[in-house]
Design a protein around this ligand. Structure first.
Ligand code: 6PG
Length: 502
């Protein structure tokens, strides 16, 4: 691929014509939205031999970006018209603008950019939305743009700023024929694991953004579980340096993952001003931008249990109620913390609790993807989805190899926990897992995600749950009827329960 050696446009507005005259070729790719992720993605695409045009609403940002990268095959446009004209056809325009639209009637910044682009584009040009858009919004845009004769890809992009620059994991959804056009660029910029690019065509319509949303739900689960491990160590008297060393060591084993790695690094970090651990100086109020809550809403809509992810989202919500917690801490009592387990033993136990809970979190997220994929007839391939999460993305982890293998061996696997490899891990880790949940509970240390995971595991494997009594209650007060263990399935019964007074 030949590229321009340098095009820099720090000229005043209105100088667009001159700029086009000096271009020797049109760009292969265009990106709108030069926040850090957008900038890094541009540099990534450019570094693979593509010429990239960029546009940002605030033109000084464009000029600064171009000026900062002399010698690169970049074209900075001051207007959308210039930007569109600078692109080779079919145009490939990647939007990196924050999307907030959830309800059908919502319109956001991405819609605004799309509206501005439509009159400038030609049939079959491609718009890619690379933000964290809600999958139903993506479906709406897909239909709308198809009516206009344009092609649309809703692509989840994971990996943060570093991933965008060096190679993210990309989850594109949309028509397979549009994916074929985008494939060379996406495959070249994506992270690689064993030579395989961390990008596949996920499925039609909103499938890509949907899978990215669940990726984020799993990310919430992973992060919360790691925080619960840290909290137990902290209550047991470990120093931040000791905890950093534990995470660093775990990062060499079965739990090797980006999130374990950065947790170790974060715990090592000292505040230059005070010399104290920076983590301990950070206020314990977690933020969230919405993908975790969307995941919960979707799980409820589909009747799928994602209790670990649920606990993780709710833990963030409760953390944000700092004032209420501080007030309650003075009124509500709990046990005095008294952990006597030897440190090395506790590390092993917490390791196992974290590993087992993490498996449950992925099992739940993948179960939701499976169920939704079937309902929407998206033809999702769970093994391939797990395989593109092995690199580039925030949840990249060694054990995604085992998840990939589990689905490759059995594409019909009903739940990840039931793959032989994971049955084995859950069998080996569960005693320590149970001990950690009880130790935390007895010491009053909250571990909502550890215990939700264990509750899921024990419920899922229970041949008989107490829902028989629940059915009796429903029939008692509402004549909702029930099935009997000694009668054929589907046959419904009702009992004339005694009248209750008072
Ligand atoms: C990724 C991340 C990213 C995430 C943001 C904000 O895969 O790169 O998932 O897309 O959305 O980091 O997430 P919260 O603010 O909701 O934690």
């Amino acid at each position: 691929m030949t590229c321009l050696s340098k095009i820099s446009f720090a000229k005043p507005k209105g100088a667009g014509k001159d700029r086009f005259q000096i271009m020797s070729k049109k760009s292969d790719f265009g990106l709108i939205g030069l926040a850090v992720m957008g900038q890094n993605l541009v540099l990534n695409v450019e570094s693979r031999g593509f010429q990239v045009s960029v546009y940002n609403r605030t033109t000084s940002v464009t000029d600064e970006f171009i000026a900062k990268h002399p010698g690169k095959a970049l074209v900075g446009a001051h207007t959308l018209e210039e930007f569109v004209q600078s692109l080779a056809m079919p145009r490939k325009i990647h939007i990196m603008v924050k999307s907030t639209a959830v309800a059908d009637s919502d319109r956001d910044a991405v819609d605004a950019v799309i509206e501005q682009l439509i009159p400038l584009l030609a049939k079959d040009d491609i718009i890619i939305d690379g933000g964290n858009s809600f999958y139903k919004t993506t479906e709406r845009r897909d239909v709308y743009l198809a009516e206009k004769g344009l092609r649309f890809i809703g692509a989840g992009v994971s990996g943060g700023e570093e991933g965008a620059r060096k190679g993210p994991s990309i989850m594109p959804g949309g028509p397979a024929s549009t994916w074929e056009v985008m494939k060379p660029i996406f495959e070249s910029i994506a992270a690689k694991v064993d030579g395989e690019p961390c990008v596949i065509h996920i499925g039609p319509g909103g499938a890509g953004h949907y899978v990215k949303m669940i990726h984020n739900g799993i990310e919430y689960g992973d992060m919360q579980l790691i925080c619960e491990a840290y909290n137990i160590f902290k209550h047991a008297g470990f120093t931040t340096d000791e905890m950093a060393a534990i995470f660093n060591e775990w990062n060499e084993g079965a739990m090797q993952s980006y999130l374990i790695q950065i947790s170790g690094k974060a715990l090592e970090q000292k505040d230059p001003e005070t010399g104290a651990s920076i983590v301990e100086l950070i206020v314990d109020k977690a933020g969230q931008k919405g993908t975790g809550q969307w995941t919960l809403m979707n799980a409820a809509e589909n009747g799928i249990v994602i209790s670990t992810i649920n606990a993780a989202v709710e833990a963030r919500i409760l953390s944000s109620k700092k004032k209420a917690r501080v007030a309650a801490s003075k009124l509500l009592t709990g046990p005095a913390v008294n952990i006597t387990t030897a440190k090395a033993e506790l590390v092993k136990k917490v390791h196992d609790a974290l590993y087992a809970s993490k498996i449950i979190s992925y099992a739940q997220g993948l179960d939701l993807i499976k169920s939704m994929g079937e309902a929407k007839k998206w033809g999702l391939d769970l093994g391939r989805i797990a395989s593109i999460w092995r690199g580039g993305c925030i949840i990249r982890a060694r054990f995604l190899n085992s998840i990939t293998d589990a689905y490759r061996e059995n594409p019909e696997l009903s739940n990840l926990m039931l793959a032989p490899f994971f049955i084995d891990v859950l069998t080996q880790t569960q005693q320590n897992w149970r001990e950690v949940v009880s130790l935390a509970t007895l010491n009053g240390i909250p571990c909502p995600a550890f215990s939700a995971s264990l509750g899921y595991y024990d419920s899922y494997r229970a041949e008989r749950l107490p829902a028989n009594l629940l059915q009796a209650q429903r029939d008692f007060f509402g004549a909702h009827t029930y099935e009997r263990t000694d009668k054929p399935e589907g046959q419904m019964f009702h009992t004339d329960w005694p009248e209750v007074i008072g």
